[in-house]
Design a binder for this molecule. Structure first.
Ligand code: PBG
Length: 294
């Protein structure tokens, strides 16, 4: 599964400084990119919006606004490539002036005030044509909230790829650069998981399954191979692993200096994630890997 960064406008292709070779694309170029990936056999995409600061507010309301470019481009993608599997991002951070995934009050995240916002966001995405919604916010109870919200509105066929075991990681840096979404204050440790915790991942997985998730995700992937294996061995639904921006950027930097053989390092990395038990590998190298195979 290939993650892609979308910006508003036309003809825009800007490289992310901390992520050489990875670009933010406007809708027209993103459609081309998807066409090329499809031809190579990469048919599933995780789409993220880079939202201009002027469109952000405290409640992240642009996330479900009818004129939202992310929703509009998603509809265009599904019109042009109905057989593509398109997965959304459900979280407040791309849209919120606080840069947090949830509603902020007095420096804390208010879990239950966040849920209705996530519900509206997921519904707007389902209406736009996304095949699955991907809650990356890590609020408690959001899978059930979103499932019930979508079902009530008739979107029983829209799936949920839940970010189940998402750790408060140092490896999200290039992604936050790409979206310009770093938290304005504090960190995400009150809602993302403590990297020291293993059994908590299992607890999160059981909760997500009970709440109605269709697929579970472990994130990051490479530093959490044991967690991928743990969840794979203890759940009957597919497990996705997110090889995140910082994990990819390290490899890119080393290869640029001639310290690693890029192609071999990518192949071994993706193989390791697969060996750990991932049914679905989400990686910024998806297209490059497909190219090297063909
Ligand atoms: C936030 C979100 C993050 C990523 C995906 N969704 C970053 C964060 O939690 O701050 C990171 C993905 C990557 O690093 O590639 N909702």
């Amino acid at each position: 599964m290939q993650p892609l960064f979308l910006v508003p406008g036309e003809g825009i292709r800007t490289e992310i400084p901390s992520f050489p070779g990875i670009f933010r694309l406007s809708g027209d170029l993103l459609l081309e990119e998807i066409g090329q990936c499809m031809a190579l056999g990469i048919k599933s995409f995780l789409l993220f919006p880079a939202v201009p600061e002027a469109l952000k507010d405290k409640g992240g309301t642009y996330g479900f606004a009818p004129e939202n470019f992310y929703l509009q481009v998603a509809s265009q993608i599904k019109d042009r490539f109905p057989e593509a599997c398109l997965v959304s991002d459900v979280a407040m951070d791309p849209y919120s002036t606080d840069g947090h995934d949830g509603w902020v009050e007095n420096g804390g995240i208010i879990n239950d005030k966040t849920l209705p916002i996530l519900g509206r966001m997921a519904l707007a995405q389902a209406q736009a044509g996304f095949d699955m919604v991907g809650p990356s916010d890590m609020m408690d109870g959001r899978v059930q909230y979103i499932r019930e919200f979508l079902d009530r509105e008739g979107f029983t066929q829209t799936g949920i790829l839940s970010y189940t075991a998402k750790y408060a990681s140092a490896f999200y840096g290039p992604f936050r650069d790409a979206l310009d979404s770093a938290p304005k204050s504090g960190d995400k440790k009150t809602y993302q998981m403590n990297p020291a915790n293993r059994r908590e991942a299992l607890r999160e997985a059981m909760l997500d399954i009970a709440e109605g998730a269709d697929m579970l995700m472990v994130k990051p992937a490479l530093h959490y191979l044991d967690i991928i294996r743990l969840i794979r061995d203890n759940s009957e639904i597919p497990v996705a692993a997110y090889h995140v921006s910082g994990e990819c950027a390290m490899l890119i930097a080393a290869a640029q200096r001639g310290w690693l053989d890029r192609r071999r390092a990518i192949e071994e990395t993706l193989l390791a994630i697969r060996r750990a038990g991932a049914d679905i590998v989400i990686t910024y190298f998806a297209r490059e890997y497909a190219e090297s195979l063909s």
